[in-house]
Design a protein around this ligand. Structure first.
Ligand code: PMT
Length: 402
Protein backbone atom coordinates (compact mmCIF):
# COMPACT_ATOMS: atom_id res chain seq x y z
CA UNK A 1 0.00 0.00 0.00
CA UNK A 2 1.45 3.37 -1.04
CA UNK A 3 0.59 5.35 2.06
CA UNK A 4 2.87 8.20 1.03
CA UNK A 5 1.66 8.37 -2.54
CA UNK A 6 2.71 11.72 -4.11
CA UNK A 7 3.75 13.12 -0.72
CA UNK A 8 6.71 15.46 -0.97
CA UNK A 9 9.25 14.73 1.73
CA UNK A 10 12.38 16.71 2.46
CA UNK A 11 14.75 14.32 4.21
CA UNK A 12 17.36 16.11 6.32
CA UNK A 13 20.45 14.05 7.06
CA UNK A 14 22.48 15.09 10.10
CA UNK A 15 26.01 14.08 11.09
CA UNK A 16 25.70 10.81 12.98
CA UNK A 17 26.69 7.21 12.33
CA UNK A 18 22.98 6.38 11.77
CA UNK A 19 23.24 8.40 8.53
CA UNK A 20 24.04 5.10 6.81
CA UNK A 21 20.40 4.11 7.47
CA UNK A 22 19.20 7.23 5.62
CA UNK A 23 20.02 5.57 2.31
CA UNK A 24 17.59 2.76 3.09
CA UNK A 25 15.08 5.33 4.37
CA UNK A 26 15.07 7.12 1.00
CA UNK A 27 14.23 3.81 -0.68
CA UNK A 28 11.46 2.99 1.79
CA UNK A 29 9.88 6.43 1.46
CA UNK A 30 9.91 6.08 -2.31
CA UNK A 31 8.52 2.52 -2.08
CA UNK A 32 5.60 4.04 -0.18
CA UNK A 33 5.06 6.47 -3.07
CA UNK A 34 6.79 9.61 -1.74
CA UNK A 35 8.86 12.04 -3.74
CA UNK A 36 12.05 12.68 -1.77
CA UNK A 37 14.50 15.60 -1.80
CA UNK A 38 17.55 15.26 0.44
CA UNK A 39 19.23 18.04 2.40
CA UNK A 40 22.51 17.18 4.15
CA UNK A 41 24.37 19.00 6.88
CA UNK A 42 28.15 19.30 6.74
CA UNK A 43 28.33 16.55 9.38
CA UNK A 44 26.02 14.27 7.41
CA UNK A 45 28.41 14.41 4.49
CA UNK A 46 31.18 12.97 6.70
CA UNK A 47 29.17 9.75 7.08
CA UNK A 48 27.51 9.17 3.71
CA UNK A 49 28.12 10.69 0.30
CA UNK A 50 25.62 12.99 -1.40
CA UNK A 51 26.10 10.86 -4.53
CA UNK A 52 24.55 7.83 -2.82
CA UNK A 53 21.49 9.83 -1.76
CA UNK A 54 21.25 11.53 -5.13
CA UNK A 55 21.21 8.14 -6.88
CA UNK A 56 18.56 6.79 -4.50
CA UNK A 57 16.32 9.87 -4.46
CA UNK A 58 16.70 10.58 -8.17
CA UNK A 59 17.40 14.26 -7.48
CA UNK A 60 20.48 16.36 -6.70
CA UNK A 61 21.16 16.62 -2.98
CA UNK A 62 20.86 20.08 -1.42
CA UNK A 63 23.97 20.96 0.57
CA UNK A 64 24.61 24.66 1.07
CA UNK A 65 22.53 27.65 1.95
CA UNK A 66 24.67 30.08 0.00
CA UNK A 67 25.15 28.13 -3.22
CA UNK A 68 23.96 30.33 -6.11
CA UNK A 69 23.66 27.39 -8.55
CA UNK A 70 21.52 25.31 -6.15
CA UNK A 71 19.43 28.35 -5.21
CA UNK A 72 18.78 29.03 -8.89
CA UNK A 73 17.51 25.43 -9.36
CA UNK A 74 15.33 25.19 -6.25
CA UNK A 75 16.00 27.77 -3.55
CA UNK A 76 15.66 27.04 0.15
CA UNK A 77 12.36 28.92 0.43
CA UNK A 78 10.98 27.05 -2.56
CA UNK A 79 12.10 23.76 -1.01
CA UNK A 80 10.47 24.75 2.29
CA UNK A 81 7.20 25.45 0.44
CA UNK A 82 7.49 22.30 -1.68
CA UNK A 83 7.59 19.99 1.34
CA UNK A 84 4.55 18.20 2.73
CA UNK A 85 6.78 16.92 5.53
CA UNK A 86 10.34 17.67 6.68
CA UNK A 87 11.85 14.55 8.23
CA UNK A 88 15.30 14.78 9.81
CA UNK A 89 16.99 11.42 10.21
CA UNK A 90 19.35 11.17 11.90
CA UNK A 91 18.76 14.14 14.20
CA UNK A 92 21.86 14.47 16.35
CA UNK A 93 21.98 16.05 19.82
CA UNK A 94 23.63 19.11 18.28
CA UNK A 95 20.98 19.43 15.58
CA UNK A 96 18.20 19.10 18.17
CA UNK A 97 19.84 21.82 20.26
CA UNK A 98 20.17 24.17 17.29
CA UNK A 99 16.58 23.56 16.22
CA UNK A 100 15.34 24.11 19.78
CA UNK A 101 17.12 27.49 19.77
CA UNK A 102 15.81 28.46 16.32
CA UNK A 103 19.34 28.70 14.94
CA UNK A 104 19.43 29.08 11.14
CA UNK A 105 23.10 28.83 10.21
CA UNK A 106 22.90 26.18 7.51
CA UNK A 107 20.48 25.02 4.84
CA UNK A 108 18.65 22.42 6.95
CA UNK A 109 18.04 24.58 10.03
CA UNK A 110 16.99 27.52 7.84
CA UNK A 111 14.57 25.31 5.97
CA UNK A 112 12.96 24.14 9.22
CA UNK A 113 12.27 27.77 10.18
CA UNK A 114 10.96 28.59 6.71
CA UNK A 115 8.55 25.70 6.23
CA UNK A 116 4.87 25.49 7.12
CA UNK A 117 4.95 21.73 6.69
CA UNK A 118 5.05 19.42 9.71
CA UNK A 119 8.58 18.69 10.94
CA UNK A 120 9.62 15.32 12.42
CA UNK A 121 12.93 14.29 13.93
CA UNK A 122 14.39 10.81 14.28
CA UNK A 123 16.90 11.28 17.12
CA UNK A 124 20.07 9.22 16.98
CA UNK A 125 22.81 9.56 19.57
CA UNK A 126 24.71 7.87 22.38
CA UNK A 127 22.46 6.86 25.28
CA UNK A 128 24.19 9.21 27.74
CA UNK A 129 23.78 12.13 25.35
CA UNK A 130 20.09 11.31 24.97
CA UNK A 131 19.62 11.09 28.75
CA UNK A 132 21.44 14.36 29.38
CA UNK A 133 19.12 17.02 30.86
CA UNK A 134 20.13 19.46 28.10
CA UNK A 135 18.93 17.09 25.38
CA UNK A 136 15.79 16.28 27.35
CA UNK A 137 15.03 20.00 27.76
CA UNK A 138 15.52 20.48 24.00
CA UNK A 139 13.23 17.52 23.36
CA UNK A 140 10.49 19.10 25.54
CA UNK A 141 10.87 22.42 23.79
CA UNK A 142 10.70 20.90 20.32
CA UNK A 143 7.60 18.86 21.23
CA UNK A 144 5.97 21.98 22.69
CA UNK A 145 6.50 23.71 19.33
CA UNK A 146 4.65 20.89 17.54
CA UNK A 147 7.75 19.19 16.16
CA UNK A 148 7.25 15.43 16.18
CA UNK A 149 9.78 12.93 17.42
CA UNK A 150 9.99 9.44 15.95
CA UNK A 151 11.84 7.38 18.55
CA UNK A 152 14.59 6.99 19.50
CA UNK A 153 14.60 3.26 20.08
CA UNK A 154 16.56 1.30 22.61
CA UNK A 155 19.27 -1.33 22.09
CA UNK A 156 22.94 -1.78 21.34
CA UNK A 157 24.65 1.26 19.89
CA UNK A 158 27.49 1.78 17.41
CA UNK A 159 29.74 2.98 20.29
CA UNK A 160 29.17 -0.28 22.23
CA UNK A 161 26.74 1.18 24.80
CA UNK A 162 23.28 -0.22 25.33
CA UNK A 163 20.29 2.08 25.90
CA UNK A 164 17.99 4.70 24.42
CA UNK A 165 19.24 6.66 21.45
CA UNK A 166 19.14 4.27 18.48
CA UNK A 167 17.55 5.70 15.37
CA UNK A 168 14.42 3.76 14.38
CA UNK A 169 14.70 1.45 11.40
CA UNK A 170 13.89 2.80 7.92
CA UNK A 171 10.54 1.01 7.59
CA UNK A 172 9.41 2.20 11.05
CA UNK A 173 10.31 5.77 10.06
CA UNK A 174 8.49 5.51 6.73
CA UNK A 175 5.36 4.29 8.54
CA UNK A 176 5.63 7.06 11.14
CA UNK A 177 5.94 9.56 8.28
CA UNK A 178 2.74 8.18 6.72
CA UNK A 179 0.96 8.45 10.10
CA UNK A 180 1.67 12.22 10.09
CA UNK A 181 -0.93 12.56 7.33
CA UNK A 182 -3.61 10.57 9.16
CA UNK A 183 -5.83 13.00 11.07
CA UNK A 184 -8.87 10.84 11.86
CA UNK A 185 -11.04 13.99 11.61
CA UNK A 186 -13.63 12.24 9.43
CA UNK A 187 -13.52 8.73 10.85
CA UNK A 188 -16.82 6.93 10.28
CA UNK A 189 -18.05 9.45 7.68
CA UNK A 190 -18.84 8.73 4.05
CA UNK A 191 -17.57 11.35 1.60
CA UNK A 192 -18.74 11.49 -1.98
CA UNK A 193 -16.35 13.45 -4.22
CA UNK A 194 -16.74 14.28 -7.90
CA UNK A 195 -13.66 14.99 -10.01
CA UNK A 196 -12.44 15.60 -13.54
CA UNK A 197 -14.30 16.69 -16.65
CA UNK A 198 -17.30 15.08 -18.33
CA UNK A 199 -17.38 14.18 -22.01
CA UNK A 200 -20.53 14.75 -24.03
CA UNK A 201 -20.59 12.83 -27.28
CA UNK A 202 -21.34 14.50 -30.62
CA UNK A 203 -20.88 11.33 -32.66
CA UNK A 204 -18.89 8.09 -32.13
CA UNK A 205 -15.53 9.88 -32.56
CA UNK A 206 -16.07 13.43 -31.24
CA UNK A 207 -17.07 14.92 -27.94
CA UNK A 208 -17.29 18.17 -25.98
CA UNK A 209 -15.23 18.45 -22.80
CA UNK A 210 -13.07 20.90 -20.76
CA UNK A 211 -9.58 21.24 -19.32
CA UNK A 212 -10.12 19.59 -15.92
CA UNK A 213 -7.36 17.08 -15.15
CA UNK A 214 -8.99 15.66 -12.00
CA UNK A 215 -5.95 16.64 -9.88
CA UNK A 216 -7.94 18.75 -7.41
CA UNK A 217 -10.70 16.17 -6.92
CA UNK A 218 -8.22 13.30 -6.55
CA UNK A 219 -6.17 15.29 -4.02
CA UNK A 220 -9.38 15.88 -2.04
CA UNK A 221 -10.20 12.16 -2.15
CA UNK A 222 -6.72 11.33 -0.88
CA UNK A 223 -6.93 13.90 1.93
CA UNK A 224 -10.40 12.67 2.93
CA UNK A 225 -9.16 9.06 3.11
CA UNK A 226 -6.24 10.22 5.27
CA UNK A 227 -8.78 11.95 7.50
CA UNK A 228 -10.34 8.53 8.09
CA UNK A 229 -13.40 8.86 5.84
CA UNK A 230 -14.83 6.19 3.57
CA UNK A 231 -14.44 7.86 0.21
CA UNK A 232 -16.36 7.33 -3.02
CA UNK A 233 -14.72 9.17 -5.91
CA UNK A 234 -16.86 9.57 -9.02
CA UNK A 235 -14.62 10.78 -11.81
CA UNK A 236 -14.86 11.74 -15.43
CA UNK A 237 -12.17 10.56 -17.89
CA UNK A 238 -8.72 11.40 -16.41
CA UNK A 239 -5.26 9.85 -16.42
CA UNK A 240 -4.63 9.60 -12.69
CA UNK A 241 -4.03 6.59 -10.45
CA UNK A 242 -6.59 5.93 -7.72
CA UNK A 243 -5.53 7.09 -4.24
CA UNK A 244 -5.25 4.36 -1.59
CA UNK A 245 -8.42 3.41 0.29
CA UNK A 246 -10.63 5.25 -2.17
CA UNK A 247 -13.48 3.61 -4.07
CA UNK A 248 -13.31 4.96 -7.61
CA UNK A 249 -16.18 4.97 -10.08
CA UNK A 250 -15.33 6.00 -13.65
CA UNK A 251 -17.97 7.77 -15.71
CA UNK A 252 -18.05 9.64 -19.00
CA UNK A 253 -20.99 12.03 -19.27
CA UNK A 254 -22.79 14.32 -16.83
CA UNK A 255 -25.77 12.00 -16.80
CA UNK A 256 -23.51 9.03 -15.98
CA UNK A 257 -21.97 11.08 -13.18
CA UNK A 258 -25.36 11.91 -11.71
CA UNK A 259 -26.45 8.25 -11.86
CA UNK A 260 -23.21 7.10 -10.17
CA UNK A 261 -23.56 9.74 -7.45
CA UNK A 262 -27.18 8.82 -6.80
CA UNK A 263 -26.18 5.15 -6.54
CA UNK A 264 -23.44 6.08 -4.02
CA UNK A 265 -25.86 7.93 -1.74
CA UNK A 266 -26.37 8.33 1.15
CA UNK A 267 -23.25 10.20 2.16
CA UNK A 268 -22.40 12.62 4.96
CA UNK A 269 -20.46 15.14 2.89
CA UNK A 270 -20.51 15.82 -0.84
CA UNK A 271 -17.59 17.70 -2.42
CA UNK A 272 -18.26 18.53 -6.07
CA UNK A 273 -14.91 19.35 -7.67
CA UNK A 274 -15.84 18.03 -11.12
CA UNK A 275 -16.09 20.38 -14.06
CA UNK A 276 -19.39 19.10 -15.40
CA UNK A 277 -20.53 20.06 -18.90
CA UNK A 278 -23.59 22.28 -18.54
CA UNK A 279 -24.85 21.29 -22.01
CA UNK A 280 -24.75 18.24 -24.27
CA UNK A 281 -25.72 17.75 -27.93
CA UNK A 282 -29.43 17.00 -28.08
CA UNK A 283 -28.83 14.15 -30.51
CA UNK A 284 -25.72 11.97 -30.65
CA UNK A 285 -25.17 11.05 -34.29
CA UNK A 286 -25.05 7.26 -34.68
CA UNK A 287 -22.29 7.54 -37.32
CA UNK A 288 -19.35 9.88 -37.78
CA UNK A 289 -20.66 13.24 -39.02
CA UNK A 290 -19.60 14.00 -42.58
CA UNK A 291 -18.99 17.44 -44.02
CA UNK A 292 -22.31 18.52 -45.45
CA UNK A 293 -21.99 20.83 -48.54
CA UNK A 294 -25.56 22.03 -47.99
CA UNK A 295 -24.58 23.74 -44.66
CA UNK A 296 -21.54 25.53 -46.15
CA UNK A 297 -18.57 25.89 -43.72
CA UNK A 298 -20.71 25.82 -40.58
CA UNK A 299 -22.07 23.12 -38.34
CA UNK A 300 -25.04 23.76 -36.09
CA UNK A 301 -25.29 21.64 -32.96
CA UNK A 302 -28.49 21.83 -30.95
CA UNK A 303 -27.51 21.64 -27.26
CA UNK A 304 -29.67 20.83 -24.23
CA UNK A 305 -29.03 21.39 -20.53
CA UNK A 306 -27.43 18.64 -18.48
CA UNK A 307 -28.80 17.87 -15.03
CA UNK A 308 -27.07 19.75 -12.21
CA UNK A 309 -25.59 16.97 -10.08
CA UNK A 310 -24.76 19.13 -7.09
CA UNK A 311 -28.11 20.92 -7.00
CA UNK A 312 -29.95 17.61 -7.41
CA UNK A 313 -28.17 15.99 -4.45
CA UNK A 314 -28.47 19.19 -2.37
CA UNK A 315 -32.23 19.07 -2.97
CA UNK A 316 -32.77 15.53 -1.69
CA UNK A 317 -34.51 14.71 1.58
CA UNK A 318 -31.33 12.93 2.75
CA UNK A 319 -29.26 15.92 1.70
CA UNK A 320 -25.57 15.68 2.71
CA UNK A 321 -23.39 18.62 3.82
CA UNK A 322 -22.79 20.12 0.37
CA UNK A 323 -19.55 21.73 -0.83
CA UNK A 324 -19.38 23.08 -4.37
CA UNK A 325 -16.56 24.51 -6.44
CA UNK A 326 -16.93 27.57 -8.64
CA UNK A 327 -14.45 27.92 -11.49
CA UNK A 328 -14.63 31.52 -12.69
CA UNK A 329 -12.61 33.81 -14.91
CA UNK A 330 -14.15 37.09 -13.61
CA UNK A 331 -16.20 38.39 -10.65
CA UNK A 332 -15.00 35.32 -8.75
CA UNK A 333 -16.49 35.90 -5.32
CA UNK A 334 -19.76 37.38 -6.55
CA UNK A 335 -20.46 34.50 -8.94
CA UNK A 336 -19.36 31.91 -6.38
CA UNK A 337 -21.69 33.38 -3.73
CA UNK A 338 -24.55 33.28 -6.23
CA UNK A 339 -23.92 29.57 -6.92
CA UNK A 340 -23.86 28.87 -3.18
CA UNK A 341 -27.37 30.36 -2.90
CA UNK A 342 -28.81 28.98 -6.14
CA UNK A 343 -27.62 25.42 -5.50
CA UNK A 344 -28.45 25.47 -1.76
CA UNK A 345 -24.88 24.71 -0.62
CA UNK A 346 -23.19 24.88 2.77
CA UNK A 347 -19.84 26.01 1.39
CA UNK A 348 -18.43 26.96 -1.99
CA UNK A 349 -14.78 26.95 -3.03
CA UNK A 350 -14.07 29.83 -5.41
CA UNK A 351 -11.37 28.97 -7.94
CA UNK A 352 -9.90 31.67 -10.19
CA UNK A 353 -9.25 29.75 -13.41
CA UNK A 354 -8.12 32.84 -15.35
CA UNK A 355 -4.71 32.43 -13.69
CA UNK A 356 -2.89 29.52 -15.47
CA UNK A 357 -0.67 28.74 -12.45
CA UNK A 358 -3.77 27.73 -10.45
CA UNK A 359 -7.02 26.06 -11.49
CA UNK A 360 -7.32 23.73 -14.47
CA UNK A 361 -4.55 21.14 -14.90
CA UNK A 362 -2.02 23.06 -12.77
CA UNK A 363 0.00 21.54 -9.92
CA UNK A 364 -0.95 24.40 -7.58
CA UNK A 365 -4.16 26.04 -6.55
CA UNK A 366 -5.29 29.04 -4.49
CA UNK A 367 -8.91 29.31 -3.39
CA UNK A 368 -11.39 31.18 -1.20
CA UNK A 369 -14.14 29.35 0.66
CA UNK A 370 -17.42 31.20 1.14
CA UNK A 371 -20.04 30.11 3.65
CA UNK A 372 -23.76 30.86 3.94
CA UNK A 373 -23.02 33.99 5.99
CA UNK A 374 -20.84 35.26 3.12
CA UNK A 375 -17.67 34.92 5.21
CA UNK A 376 -14.63 34.33 3.07
CA UNK A 377 -11.65 32.18 4.12
CA UNK A 378 -8.61 32.38 1.89
CA UNK A 379 -6.18 29.53 1.15
CA UNK A 380 -3.05 30.94 -0.52
CA UNK A 381 -1.17 29.34 -3.40
CA UNK A 382 0.19 25.89 -2.63
CA UNK A 383 0.23 22.41 -4.18
CA UNK A 384 -3.18 20.84 -4.76
CA UNK A 385 -2.23 18.26 -2.09
CA UNK A 386 -1.66 21.05 0.46
CA UNK A 387 -4.84 22.85 -0.50
CA UNK A 388 -6.83 19.60 -0.35
CA UNK A 389 -5.63 18.78 3.18
CA UNK A 390 -6.41 22.32 4.36
CA UNK A 391 -9.86 22.22 2.71
CA UNK A 392 -10.72 18.82 4.18
CA UNK A 393 -9.76 20.04 7.67
CA UNK A 394 -11.87 23.19 7.17
CA UNK A 395 -14.85 21.24 5.80
CA UNK A 396 -14.62 18.71 8.67
CA UNK A 397 -14.79 21.58 11.21
CA UNK A 398 -17.76 23.21 9.51
CA UNK A 399 -19.53 19.87 9.11
CA UNK A 400 -19.17 19.20 12.84
CA UNK A 401 -20.64 22.61 13.66
CA UNK A 402 -23.59 22.11 11.29
O1 PMT B 1 -9.35 19.07 -12.28
P1 PMT B 1 -8.26 20.10 -12.15
O2 PMT B 1 -7.46 20.26 -13.41
O3 PMT B 1 -7.40 19.87 -10.94
O4 PMT B 1 -8.97 21.52 -11.94
C1 PMT B 1 -9.73 21.76 -10.79
C2 PMT B 1 -11.00 22.54 -11.13
C3 PMT B 1 -10.66 23.93 -11.61
C4 PMT B 1 -11.82 21.78 -12.19
C5 PMT B 1 -11.85 22.57 -9.80
O5 PMT B 1 -11.09 23.13 -8.80
C6 PMT B 1 -13.14 23.35 -9.99
O6 PMT B 1 -13.19 24.55 -9.83
N1 PMT B 1 -14.23 22.59 -10.27
C7 PMT B 1 -15.57 23.14 -10.60
C8 PMT B 1 -15.56 23.58 -12.02
C9 PMT B 1 -16.89 24.06 -12.51
O7 PMT B 1 -17.26 23.62 -13.56
O8 PMT B 1 -17.57 24.87 -11.78
P2 PMT B 1 -19.04 25.41 -12.18
O9 PMT B 1 -19.00 26.82 -11.75
O10 PMT B 1 -19.42 25.15 -13.58
O11 PMT B 1 -20.01 24.53 -11.29
C10 PMT B 1 -20.33 24.85 -9.94
C11 PMT B 1 -20.47 23.62 -9.13
O12 PMT B 1 -21.58 22.84 -9.58
C12 PMT B 1 -19.28 22.70 -9.17
O13 PMT B 1 -19.13 22.15 -7.89
C13 PMT B 1 -19.68 21.62 -10.18
O14 PMT B 1 -19.06 20.36 -9.88
C14 PMT B 1 -21.19 21.54 -9.95
N2 PMT B 1 -21.95 21.18 -11.16
C15 PMT B 1 -21.95 22.01 -12.25
C16 PMT B 1 -22.72 21.67 -13.35
C17 PMT B 1 -23.48 20.48 -13.33
N3 PMT B 1 -24.21 20.13 -14.37
N4 PMT B 1 -23.45 19.69 -12.24
C18 PMT B 1 -22.69 20.01 -11.17
O15 PMT B 1 -22.65 19.26 -10.18
Amino acid sequence: MQRLYRKRIVLGVGGGIAAYKSAELVRRLRDHGAEVRVVMTQGGREFITPLTLQALSGHPVHLDLLDPAAEAAMGHIELARWADLVLIAPATADLMARLAQGVADDLLTTLVLATNAPVALAPAMNQAMWADPATQANREQLLARGIRLFGPGSGSQACGDIGMGRMLEAEELARAAADCFETGMLTGKHLLITAGPTQENIDPVRYITNHSSGKMGFALAEAAAEAGARVTLVTGPVFLPTPDRVQRIDVVSARDMLAACEAAMPCDILIAAAAVADYRPEVVAPHKLKKDPSTGDGLLLQMVRNPDILATLAGRADRPFCVGFAAETENLLEYAARKLRDKNLDLIVANDVANPSIGFNSEDNAVSVIDRQQHETRFGQASKGHIARALVAFIAERYKES
